[in-house]
Design a binder for this molecule. Structure first.
Ligand code: PLP
Length: 439
């Protein structure tokens, strides 16, 4: 099966899908739909591929891709560090038991409370994104009588040719200090005048869902050249370099991502060669994948609720979730592979448009989905590679309770996140009147 499907995904004798040795039909019966199903073997394998594919490099899991206590425990066990980008992600990592010194704290607008909490718990590195933050952090560290260990986030002027919403390395970006405008240099000079921040290195993340190694190689070259220039001009030798995440994954059979080892080899070789050429000591290197760790390990299981063929037009197939559990098709025109999974079918496919149950025409799951012609109400269908930026971007639009997520491995099922109930939906609402008074 694999392609964009998790490593243990296979069809049983009846043609139904099993993952981690568990039939999706059983999961639907016991846990309901929509349901995120995470293949634990696949997830651990992907962590290991990064650890071994990037020898001598620290791998940081970008938890924005999917941040749950259980998932963070799992990636922590696999030896990855964790990147958090808000007080909430920081809290989740701490609840998961990740050691604070193994955390990297990102964000273009961290609040005073968030920064202070990071200092209080002793987060490993704080990635400073702006002059405002530099001064804010210095003041907070001074008040605590400490020195904040920081990296400067550089905007290196590399256009990674990915979707506009996930490009971050080009000059006119909301993140970081733009190199071409002299802001990175100014940030270094400013930081060095502040007594309560210590610049240990730089960070540059160029975007997401990037195919090919060239943008990453360019990123390594630009950042190393900068470090070497700063040694000449400022007499400072920075010893840490975080090259960010952004490695593309396979959402459909048409996607051809770079093998992790090839990517690791290209980056490590570039850094080593460049360091030799520049006579610069090899810095501690880090990479920060999110999507490539959790994306491919997960599928979303839905049940078909209606099938509406419009003669000469579209056949609309509605499922029981949609843009609230996966906003990517609506937000980025993203395409995920989709399949009938509750049973097999010999009936030739026809193109249908699979949509969600939200009150929004843009609530698309997959356009022109080639699904068997006998697809019917009650069938289970699955969407591949939904581990990254789906649950983490989920909403409760139309008051749909958020789905559960389960982890499967060798026939065993463990809940990662419980399904929300209707009561959960109103738990934080504050009624203005008692119900009786309202009647
Ligand atoms: C600073 C930073 N690091 C890492 C990542 C992870 O990117 P990806 O999930 O594409 O690997 C992101 C994603 O937006 C990011 O902003």
């Amino acid at each position: 099966m694999p392609g964009p499907w998790p490593l243990t995904a296979e069809r049983d004798a009846r043609g139904a899908l099993t993952i981690g040795g568990v039939a999706v039909t059983d999961l639907a019966r016991e846990h309901g739909t929509p349901l995120w199903i995470v293949d634990e073997h696949d997830l651990r394998q992907r962590c290991q591929r990064y650890v071994t594919g990037f020898p001598g490099v620290d791998v940081v899991y970008a938890s924005k891709a999917w941040c749950t206590v259980g998932l963070l425990q799992l990636v922590d066990q696999e030896g990855l560090l964790v990147d958090v980008a808000s007080g909430g992600e920081l809290h989740t990592a701490l609840v998961a038991g990740v050691a604070p010194e193994r955390l990297v704290f990102h964000g273009n607008n961290k609040s005073i409370e968030e920064l202070d909490r990071a200092l209080e718990v002793g987060v490993g590195r704080i990635v400073v994104d702006s002059f405002d933050e530099l001064h804010r952090l210095d003041r907070l560290a001074a008040a605590r009588g400490t020195v904040a260990p920081i990296w400067l986030r550089i905007t290196p002027g590399i256009d990674a040719h990915t979707h506009d919403y996930v490009r971050t390395g080009h000059d006119d970006a909301k993140f970081g200090f733009t190199l071409s405008l002299g802001l990175a240099d100014e940030a270094l000079s400013t930081a060095r005048e502040l007594a309560h921040v210590e610049v240990l290195g730089i960070h540059a993340h160029i975007g997401s869902q990037i195919f090919g190694t060239d943008p990453f190689i360019a990123n390594a070259e630009v950042t190393l050249d900068l470090m070497a220039r700063w040694r000449e001009e400022h007499g400072i030798v920075l010893t840490e370099l975080n090259l960010g995440g952004g490695m593309g994954i396979r959402y459909t059979h048409e996607d051809h991502p770079v093998e992790v080892a090839r990517y690791g080899d290209a980056v490590v070789r570039t850094v080593e060669e460049r360091c030799v050429a520049l006579g610069y000591p090899r810095p501690r290197l880090l990479v920060e994948p999110g999507r490539a760790i959790v994306g491919p390990s997960t599928i979303t299981l839905y049940e078909v609720g209606t099938v509406k063929p419009l003669p000469g037009l579209t056949t609309w197939v509605s499922v029981d979730g949609g843009m609230s559990d996966n906003i990517r098709p609506a937000l980025y025109d993203a395409e995920h592979e989709i399949a009938l999974v509750g049973r097999g079918s010999e009936v030739p496919p026809r193109a249908v448009t699979v949509v969600g149950k939200h009150c929004e025409s843009g609530d698309l799951v997959r356009d022109h989905a080639p699904l068997p012609g006998d697809l019917a109400v009650g069938d289970l269908i699955a969407v591949a590679a939904t581990g990254a930026y789906t649950a983490s971007m989920s909403s409760r639009y139309n008051q749909l309770p958020r789905p559960a997520a389960v982890l499967v491995r060798e026939g065993e099922v463990r809940e990662l996140v419980r399904r929300e109930s209707f009561d959960d939906l109103v738990r934080l609402d504050v009624p203005l009147f008692a119900r009786e008074a309202q009647a």
